[in-house]
Design a protein around this ligand. Structure first.
Ligand code: ZN
Length: 150
């Protein structure tokens, strides 16, 4: 497990210890569920979408530290965003976790740069984001990472 120690940087540890926006959102009008069977991670995302912006969102789930910390961080990043802005943030996050290249100006997302060295964990890091975008797009089908090109 020591090889993974670089993954667990301060931001990840913090989100894992004190998850943000965890639990069902009573006012949600969009819900999507994500599964990462290769690691056993699960994540549901609840969105209150007003047609233009994500007014509020939350997540609930279980699994490894990477998946839960990433989902927690995702909820803090997407609040108030439009669907286009949310997609852009995910693209940036996806670039970080697949290449390890992290622009300094988005330092919280950059905490996950170490994930790129562990390809199997990329699915953990993107699980909550896939669920959020699916919820935003109104897709009812579960966000199974097995069918996504990460
Ligand atoms: Zn995982």
């Amino acid at each position: 497990m020591s090889d993974l120690s670089d993954l667990y940087q301060q931001v990840i540890l913090d989100h894992n210890r004190r998850p943000r926006n965890r639990g069902k959102l009573p006012t949600a009008n969009r819900v999507a569920h994500g599964d990462n069977p290769s690691c056993g991670d699960q994540c549901s995302v609840y969105l209150k979408f007003d047609g233009d912006h994500i007014q509020d969102l939350s997540f609930d789930g279980s699994g490894c530290a990477i998946s839960q910390a990433s989902a927690s961080l995702m909820t803090t990043q997407l609040k108030g965003k439009t669907p286009a802005e949310a997609q852009k943030l995910f693209d940036e996050f996806h670039h970080i976790v697949t290449t390890g290249e992290a622009p300094e100006e988005i330092s919280d997302l950059a905490a996950f740069a170490g994930v790129h060295a562990f390809p199997a964990r990329i699915k953990c890091a993107t699980l909550g984001w896939h669920a959020a975008l699916n919820a935003l797009n109104g897709e009812a089908a579960p966000a199974t990472t097995e069918t996504h090109q990460d």
